[in-house]
Ligand binder design. Structure first.
Ligand SMILES: [Cu+2]
Length: 185
């Protein structure tokens, strides 16, 4: 870098150095933050890893078809159970109430899939043999797309579901006469 030996050149150099220092500080801060988050997560691993037999999902246990969908828990929270398989999610449309803690429990019946709810931070992989658990809370009613975000073979691009967020009273009314809910058709 050549800088003219003049007063304006000195000023320019000074300003340039100051901004360089600011950008270095920003990078150092972000690096520190990433390191902290990484180390924090590494020293605190998931407390439980739930395993499940993917070949008997449809016959027995938590993920049989009649148990899939949204369930109202005694504490007022909602548990959503879903299964991914080439090339769909069951249920194809998930219904949840707004302003309610949601626990999503999902797994795969065949290969690795992904589950992503657009406009939210819900994003997890569904690995056969394991139950993926993620919590969420929706603050507004509306509809979100839920595509498979992990390439799972030729039909991957057609694999997606929907999430419908509805008002809580409406959800409670639906839950009062049905044990497991998915979107009203
Ligand atoms: Cu998939």
């Amino acid at each position: 870098m050549s800088v003219e030996k003049s007063a304006s050149g000195d000023v320019a150099l000074k300003i340039e150095r100051r901004w360089a220092a600011v950008s270095i500080l920003i990078i150092a801060f972000l690096t520190g933050m990433a390191a902290y988050a990484g180390i924090h997560q590494a020293v605190m691993p998931q407390t439980t890893v739930e395993i499940i037999n993917p070949t008997t999902l449809h016959m027995t246990g938590e993920f049989i078809e009649s148990n899939l969908g949204s369930a109202l828990e005694p504490d007022g929270s909602v548990t959503v159970r879903a299964v991914a398989q080439q090339y769909s999610f069951t249920p194809a449309c998930i219904v949840v109430p707004k302003d309610t803690p949601i626990t999503l429990r999902a797994t795969s019946a065949d290969v690795v899939h992904g589950l992503l709810i657009q406009q939210t931070n819900v994003n997890t992989m569904l690995v056969p043999g394991y139950v993926s658990v993620q919590t969420a809370k929706f603050e507004e009613t509306g509809e979100h797309l839920m595509p498979c975000q992990e390439f799972c073979s030729v039909g991957h691009e057609g694999m997606w579901a929907k999430v419908q967020v509805i008002d809580k009273p409406q959800f409670l009314a639906m839950a009062s006469n049905k044990r497991r809910l998915s979107c009203a058709e």
